[in-house]
Design a protein around this ligand. Structure first.
Ligand SMILES: NC(=O)c1ccc[n+]([C@@H]2O[C@H](COP(=O)([O-])OP(=O)(O)OC[C@H]3O[C@@H](n4cnc5c(N)ncnc54)[C@H](OP(=O)(O)O)[C@@H]3O)[C@@H](O)[C@H]2O)c1
Length: 292
């Protein structure tokens, strides 16, 4: 998996196409998708056109997508996988993730709610049941690896212990305000790729991009705050997903270089702790609203 990944969590469909294409043109070869983002078709079209225009072979890009919460029932896993593959116009996926450990009422409604507006969870399926169905996807040539997302170390352990096919990747929110060091150490020990989302703190302002430590290092090394944050993520041994929406930002976010050791240590000493996305506690997607 290329360490630098482009994330496709973009609600505007036209912007999804242009940003995906710009990312490919800038050099990104790792693309993160999800059925929940409702834009797999646009990502697939942009990739197909971009690969053809740049004479890049499918084997030279890495594409991930994710099983949504309303498809956790084992009999729904393969159809959901095939539907994503079809929308993305691909013959195989490099990685398929369980998007969150929360099962919602099975069905085509992605956000099932009762009359009081509360999410309807599905108590009739366990994460282990879903994992077994994910394991069955591997080995037929269409799904090269499987993993989990929005999962804590406590939830990962029982899956890891009982799995026939161990998770290849764990995708979670991570940045200097949420280093997730214990999970990262576990992943390193077990050979699992730790894939960080929101490495720029989702671009929120005030936030990481304006953190005085990050800004001072950026000035010192002649890079932008975004480049400093992305370099830190790679140098601590994680892969990452970032969402530049313009060609200039795609080039900026792809053009990173190693930071000196003292800069890494300074970032590691930042004391602020903040989780920006509450999906991990509810299964309901969304960044926590704050000033931008
Ligand atoms: N598993 C999950 O539940 C989950 C949850 C969330 C995300 N993800 C994945 O992770 C990907 C990345 O997450 P993210 O979008 O939060 O990543 P991010 O790169 O931390 O944040 C993206 C935002 O940062 C700003 N930005 C990007 N490049 C910049 C630059 N060079 N300088 C200044 N600002 C910049 C942009 O905001 P503006 O355009 O507003 O300026 C952009 O929307 C998503 O696309 C998705 O694939 C997964």
């Amino acid at each position: 998996m290329p360490a630098l990944g482009f994330g496709t969590l973009i609600s505007d469909l036209t912007l999804t196409r242009t940003a995906t294409r710009d990312a490919l043109d800038a050099g990104f070869r790792h693309f993160d998708c999800a059925e929940r983002y409702r834009n797999e078709r646009e990502v697939g079209e942009a990739l197909q056109a971009g690969l053809a225009a740049n004479a890049i072979a499918r084997e030279n890009i890495f594409v991930t997508t994710k099983l949504w919460n309303s498809n956790h029932r084992p009999e729904r896993v393969e159809p959901a996988f095939e539907a994503s593959l079809d929308r993305l116009k691909l013959k195989y996926l490099d990685l398929y993730l369980i998007h969150t450990p929360y099962a919602f009422q099975p069905g085509d409604e992605q956000d099932p709610r009762d009359q009081n507006g509360n999410v309807i969870y599905d108590k009739g399926v366990t994460l282990v049941d879903t994992w077994r169905a994910m394991e069955n996807l591997v080995g037929h040539g269409k799904c090269r690896a499987i993993g989990l997302s929005d999962i804590s170390l406590g939830e990962l352990l029982p899956i890891y212990e009982s799995a026939r096919i161990k998770p290849a990747v764990v995708q979670v929110e991570s940045h200097p305000y949420l280093p997730e060091t214990e999970l990262l150490e576990f992943c390193k020990e077990k050979g699992i790729v730790f894939l960080a989302f929101a490495p720029l703190g989702h671009g929120m302002r005030p936030g990481l991009l304006e953190d005085p430590v990050i800004v001072a290092i950026a000035t010192r090394v002649g890079k932008t705050p975004a480049q400093v944050l992305l370099a830190w993520a790679v140098q601590r041994g994680t892969a990452l997903l970032t969402t530049p929406r313009t060609a200039a930002r795609a080039r900026e976010n792809f053009n990173i270089s190693p930071l000196p050791k003292e800069a890494l240590e300074e970032i590691n000493r930042i004391q602020t702790r903040q989780r920006l996305n509450s999906v991990v506690t509810t299964g309901i997607p969304g960044f926590i609203p704050q000033g931008r």
